[in-house]
Design a protein around this ligand. Structure first.
Ligand SMILES: *[C@@H]1O[C@H](CO)[C@@H](O)[C@H](O)[C@H]1NC(C)=O
Ligand SMILES: *[C@@H]1O[C@H](CO)[C@@H](O)[C@H](O)[C@H]1NC(C)=O
Ligand SMILES: *[C@@H]1O[C@H](CO)[C@@H](O)[C@H](O)[C@H]1NC(C)=O
Ligand SMILES: *[C@@H]1O[C@H](CO)[C@@H](O)[C@H](O)[C@H]1NC(C)=O
Ligand SMILES: *[C@@H]1O[C@H](CO)[C@@H](O)[C@H](O)[C@H]1NC(C)=O
Ligand SMILES: *[C@@H]1O[C@H](CO)[C@@H](O)[C@H](O)[C@H]1NC(C)=O
Ligand SMILES: *[C@@H]1O[C@H](CO)[C@@H](O)[C@H](O)[C@H]1NC(C)=O
Length: 388
């Protein structure tokens, strides 16, 4: 045990807080501090964990108080608070260390910490984060393949207050509300293969459509990928429509199998456009979506039912699908010995997985341009099936 702790300390700089979580009273694990035998605070990254450990951050036993929901106003922005420590958010009152917000920089997600704390070398290096939803109020019935990413912020994590655009056509939730989760995988330039997932109870307000979400599929790497000598997007390779979040680098129940230096990202690389994912509904595309693949030349056709379009008359109810996917592990009893909670973070220079050539990608991006926003800005883009 001791050598492990020492090794950890050598590689870590002494900071009061680590990594990032969404914070809101509607979340699972809102007050989790040191209840676990390992560091399982909401901000702790999830790597190589058993299903019970990574799913909802292992916080299903720490539900929010009755009636606490995060509201998702259809067609508008929902503002989240992302931080390294609950004390850096509006909810500091229930944080051990009290209010650590920086009055001179209230939008700083990690007051007093270097930029590597949120795992990026600069604004051009942020990789995006996502909110996903399951139309089910019974959290124990929800399976990984039930979550659909409905909003992405490609410039996340950069600020404490981070906006997510909610698709205008989000249908109402079941009586007990919906279940949501925050997902983030950061750049490999700054830290190791870490996944983040924090679940919370959510509710869609102001719905104007009753069309259910389509069954979410596994996202595919289809955007330009200059870091890997792929200069152009391969649009036929994209998963269009409703997509699952990435479940990557855990000990079990993964849906992504990319290597350490090629993490999946919530951006154009996997066809997660910046903002509301407006094509996630059962009627979003005309006919069926062609099977994606590197040689697929037929792209799906969007139906004309985007925001502000003619509203649908379909009466189908929101789905609360619970399919038979991989079954959760039941073997997850954390080791009985109390492992000291290491509250420090990795320093920028000590990253175990940092490679010498990791500074090259940013140059690439300067040369070839950021793939992000391409589709939003260039509406005449030939390969884009999206008129927005
Ligand atoms: C994951 O954990 C297992 C068992 O603890 C270990 O054998 C394996 O090397 C770990 N894999 C990675 C990629 O860390
Ligand atoms: C979290 O702690 C605060 C302060 O003790 C308490 O008021 C609140 O009810 C707790 N919330 C949950 C979900 O346990
Ligand atoms: C919630 O789902 C679990 C697992 O499918 C099931 O056993 C339980 O009965 C459900 N609870 C309710 C209230 O429907
Ligand atoms: C991402 O969040 C930032 C900070 O709140 C916000 O300015 C920006 O508009 C958001 N992007 C999208 C696409 O919603
Ligand atoms: C969710 O929002 C809808 C629309 O405002 C409301 O009617 C419903 O009561 C809310 N559900 C919950 C569980 O709060
Ligand atoms: C297509 O997507 C798959 C799955 O994500 C990926 O492994 C492959 O590299 C992609 N190929 C091309 C040419 O985009
Ligand atoms: C795509 O086409 C190339 C060249 O014709 C071929 O080598 C490859 O096997 C095809 N890939 C798939 C997935 O069909």
């Amino acid at each position: 045990m001791l050598p492990i702790v020492l090794a950890a300390l050598v590689g870590f700089v002494p900071l009061a807080a680590c990594h990032i979580s969404i914070f809101h009273p509607s979340m699972y694990g809102f007050n989790v501090t040191d209840q676990f035998s390992y560091d399982n605070r909401p901000v702790a990254p999830l790597i190589n964990y058993t299903f019970d450990q990574w799913w909802f951050h292992g916080h299903l036993g720490f539900p929010p108080n009755e009636g606490d929901f995060f509201e998702l106003p259809a067609g508008q922005k929902a503002t989240t608070e992302l931080a390294c420590n609950k004390g850096a958010t509006s909810f500091f009152a229930s944080s051990d260390g009290g209010d650590i917000r920086d009055p001179n920089d209230p939008n700083n997600p990690c007051p007093g910490s270097p930029i590597s704390e949120f795992h990026t070398t600069g604004i051009d290096d942020v990789k995006g984060c996502a909110l996903a939803i399951a139309y089910n109020d019974n959290v124990t019935a929800i399976q990984p393949e039930d979550f659909t990413v409905f909003s992405v912020n490609q410039t996340c994590v950069w600020t404490r207050f981070t906006d997510f655009s909610v698709p205008a056509r989000m249908p109402p939730c079941p009586e007990g509300g919906c279940t949501c989760a925050f997902f983030w995988i950061h750049s490999p330039d700054s830290g190791s293969e870490q996944n983040y997932m924090n679940g919370f109870k959510c509710n869609v307000t102001g719905s104007t459509s009753n069309v259910a979400l389509a069954k979410p599929q596994v996202p595919r790497r289809c955007g330009a990928d200059p870091d890997f000598q792929k200069l152009d997007a391969v649009p036929g390779n994209c998963t269009y429509g409703a997509k699952q979040p990435f479940y990557w680098f855990q000990a079990e129940v993964n849906n992504m199998f990319e290597g350490t230096f090629a993490p999946p990202f919530y951006n154009d690389l996997y066809d997660f456009i910046d903002g509301a994912q407006n094509d996630i509904f059962q009627d979003s595309y005309v006919g069926s979506i062609p099977t994606p693949g590197p040689n697929q030349t037929t792209l799906p056709v969007l139906a004309q039912n985007l925001p502000n379009g003619p509203s649908s008359t379909s009466a189908s109810a929101p789905s609360s699908t619970s399919s038979n996917g991989p079954s959760p592990s039941t073997s997850t009893v954390p080791s009985p010995s109390k492992f000291p909670i290491i509250k420090q973070c990795r320093s920028p220079s000590s990253s175990l997985s940092k490679r010498e050539d990791q500074s090259a990608p940013s140059f690439h991006r300067l040369l070839f341009g950021l793939p992000k926003r391409r589709r939003q800005l260039d509406t005449t883009n030939l390969w884009s099936p999206f008129p927005f």
